[in-house]
Every structure is written in C-alpha cells, then in structure tokens.
Design a binder for this molecule. Structure first.
Ligand code: PLP
Length: 465
C-alpha cells in the first residue's frame, strides 16, 4: 500500500529552514518592541479614519480604538497607530501565549503548507484526531472519576454551547427548560441570549427558550447563598416537574463580574440535580487553564459530576465534551467548519505546552501570576481603600471594583488605562468591575509590575492626586 506523501512534505528540511528564517525575521523586528509606547502623532488622523470606516462597516464603533498592527512580543502588543501596550485581557481570554509567539508562528507555517485553510465535519484532516483526544484526556485527570469520553469540535464558544444545549435536550426530551445561574454569560446566539442573564443583550429578541434562574454564590453569606440556590432549584423543579434538561453553570462567572463559587456551594446543587435527572453542564469557555487545574471543575473537585462540558477561547478551537450517556443521535450536531487549520494546529501546540508542566498546581505559573497581580492590588487597596474594592475572582481571572462601582467610573478608568498603555476590560454590573485575563503563558513578573504600576498611576489620577 502506498504511504501518504504529506508527512514527507511536513518533514521536508526546507520547511524547517523556512520556519527558522521566519522566526529570525520575527525576532529581529520584535527587538524594537521594548516596552509601552505612545501612538505616532503622524498616524493619528489616518488611524482615526480607519476606525471610523470600520465602525461604519460593522454598524457601530469598536469598544476600544484598537486595531492591532499584526506584531507583538509576549504581553506587549503593537497597534496600527504605532503605540505599544500591555495586553492584560488577551482578547477576553484568548491570547494566552500573548502576541507573535514563535510557537504559534510554527503552527501557522505548518498550517500554511496544508491543503485547506478551513476544515469541516465532512472533510477533516488528521490533526483533529489528537486534538479531540487531548481535550478528553485533560478532562479526565488521573485518580478522579470524570466520565468525559467524547469531544465535538466547533468554531466558537457560542456554537459549543448551542451543541451542548441540543445534546441535553435530545437526551432529556421532552424536557424544554434550562436552569442557569443569575448574571451568567453563555454567548450570543438566540438561545444563549436567553440563558445569558443580561437584559441589554436580548433587547428586541423573541423568547426562544425557557430559563429558570438560580442565585449564584455570595461570598459574604456562604451558607445562606447555598440554601438560597438549593431552595430556588427545588421551587423550579416543583413548578415544572421533569421539564428541565440541564443546568448550565459557570463555576467562576466571567462577564458577570468574576464571582467565584466554592465546592461547598456547588455540591448540594449538583446532588439535587442528579437526584432529579437534570444534566450538569459546566461552561469552561472562560475558565479553562485559568485556575490551579486545566478545568475549573477540577479546581473545585467536581470531577465525578460533569455530564456536559464546553471549552473555548484559549483552546482556539472550541468544543463540547460529554459522557457516553450524552452521545447525540446522528444529524443533531454538525457544521461546515470545525475550525481553521491554523487554529487546529495552534490548539494542539497550546495544549501540549500546558500539559508539559509548570502551569497547574497551587504553585504553578497560573497561580503565580494570580499572586503577583493580587499582591499589587492588595497593596494599593491597603494604602488607598477608597480607590478599589476586592480584588475578586479566582486563578488568573482577577477583577476589582474601582471607586464607586459605577459603570461610568469603570469605563473612564478603562479608557485612561488604555491611553496610558494597558488593555483591560470591564465585567459585572452594579458594581461594575475592571478585569484582567493576563496572557499567562508569556507574561513576566516584570510585565505585571509595570502594568500594575500604570494602573496605580491611573487610579491616583482619577482620585485627583
Ligand atoms: C462563559 C462563556 N461562555 C460562552 C462564551 C461565548 O463564547 P464565544 O464568544 O466564543 O461565542 C463566552 C465568551 O465570552 C464565555 O465567557
């Protein structure tokens, strides 16, 4: 039988040489990126015009005046106006290995010599096989009782969640309702706009799904909040017997404000769901690789209970993972696109590095990054209690409430911070918080110190000092 020819192309020494050459070119140009830098005044008008045109094309302005140039170095990113900033939000948790990482350049070159830009469910290349396997392996850590056996790859977090939702409904038909924590964010599709507990994100949309909300953990009243959540679920289950297919859960709320639950909070809820045959679905699209373990459900020791699991962002290729009991019937889930070839190869490279050591555990890099950011915020709050409340969150998901907690204050501070050279983002409402999702794979202690120094000066300026 003839062997496939492709592996010999991928192993061709000229490909390795090309990568070396490209890495050298990248490194040469990256040398000019040494720290933050203000915009080039001569580019100001052209840049603003570009932003305006793009805003018009997309039907509304961008949140930040951010258009990347296409180059960066670690946590530093260059914008098309010539400025260089610390990226402490990583595309809302996507660019875990920062900007212009040589590992991802290699993945991109490997993708470029493959036959297609995109891959799909009808015609997929071999790389999806190890990728799905790696995600399943990471969801089943040794010595724990997770039963995740399958992984369906897809293009976005929303699509991964849509697939999980459909899988849960098909399994539990004719159940038609979903339980969800209040103030969660599940994505932007019609159905997920109903699970997402934010009125502004569903203005004008018809209701396509019945969602029953459950209050999330309140760190100020741990026992009370557990009882409140359990009682609310009981009420919903009594009001609509056998009508709930699943409970969608963020274990650490992302867009909702970086509120983290606890094992003691989640366990009684999960037990109740199991007793009533309701699927337990963890949305780990924002939490993956942000706590002491690959998945937050592992961080909270909830391995034995997961039925459905969704992942995205850092993984580049998004996915719905599930146990044997939730295998969908043929025809339920599919899509033209699985992902781009470059995303599939980048995803594998990222997961391999994450698995290779140093990131997880109580003293792994993720928790080190947390400690460093937290220590700055704790110190600032200690010295100026009126400047911020918190810090909040878990692992490398860190937020604080600036000043009065109003949306206007958070947005103003965010803009000031952006202009001063740090990209962060908001989360939560009443109070509005400022959040960081640092690029853990590349951010250095020096980067953190510099970025938090800029934050301290922005807070001081806001306080009028
Ligand atoms: C918890 C959670 N679920 C789902 C999504 C939706 O993912 P995407 O924006 O890739 O569709 C997000 C995105 O922020 C998220 O944070």
């Amino acid at each position: 039988m003839p062997n496939p020819i492709a592996p010999s192309l991928f192993a061709d020494p000229r490909v390795a040489q090309a990568k070396e050459l490209l890495r050298a070119a990248l490194a040469d140009h990256q040398k000019q990126i040494t720290g933050i830098r203000p915009p080039d005044p001569e580019r100001k008008i052209a840049y603003e015009e570009m932003l305006q045109h793009f805003g018009m094309a997309r039907g509304g302005p961008l949140f930040f005046p951010y258009l990347g140039s296409g180059l960066g170095k670690g946590a530093l990113v260059e914008l098309a106006d010539g400025s260089v900033k610390y990226d402490m939000i990583s595309g809302i948790g996507v660019h875990y290995f920062g900007h212009s990482h040589p590992m991802l350049l290699d993945a991109g070159v490997d993708a470029a010599i493959r036959d297609t830009v995109m891959q799909g469910n009808l015609q997929q290349n071999v790389e999806s096989v190890p990728l799905a396997k790696t995600l399943v392996e990471m969801a089943n850590r040794a010595g724990e009782a997770a039963r995740i056996a399958h992984c369906f790859l897809t293009t976005s977090g929303a699509m991964a969640n849509e697939n999980a939702l459909k899988i849960a409904f098909q399994k539990h038909q004719p159940a038609s309702r979903v339980l969800a924590f209040s103030h969660g964010f599940a994505g932007r599709s019609m159905a997920l706009s109903q699970i997402t507990d934010k009125a502004a994100y569903r203005v004008g949309l018809p209701k396509v799904l019945d969602v029953d909300y459950v209050p999330f953990y309140n760190a100020d009243q741990p026992e009370h909040s557990t009882a409140a959540a359990v009682n609310r679920i009981k009420e919903h289950l009594q009001r609509y017997p056998k009508q709930h297919a699943c409970m969608w859960m963020e274990l650490i709320q992302g867009e909702g404000g970086f509120y983290a639950g606890t094992r003691e909070f989640f366990l009684p809820i999960i037990e109740l769901l199991k007793e009533n045959g309701v699927a337990v679905w963890f949305d780990e699209i924002q939490t993956f690789a942000r706590t002491s373990q690959p998945f937050a459900f592992q961080h909270f020791g909830l391995d034995a209970h997961v039925d459905l699991l969704t992942v995205g962002k850092i993984t580049q290729v998004c996915a719905t993972l599930f146990t044997d009991a939730y295998i969908p019937k043929p025809g339920l889930v599919s899509q033209t696109f699985t992902a781009s070839t470059s995303a599939i190869l980048a995803a594998q490279a990222i997961l391999d590095v994450l698995k290779s050591g140093g990131f997880f555990g109580e003293s792994g890099r993720i928790m080190q990054v947390r400690q460093r950011v937290m220590s700055h915020l704790d110190r600032i709050r200690g010295e100026h209690p009126e400047w911020l409340k918190g810090p909040f969150g878990a692992g490398a998901m860190i937020a604080f409430t600036p000043f009065d907690g109003s949306e206007a204050t958070a947005k103003k501070l965010l803009t000031d911070l952006f202009d001063a050279g740090v990209v962060a983002f908001v989360c939560g409402a009443n109070p509005a918080r400022l959040r960081f999702l640092p690029p853990v794979g590349v951010v250095t202690d020096g980067d953190i110190d510099a970025a938090l120094g800029i934050l301290e000066r922005a807070l001081a300026a806001h306080a009028g000092r």
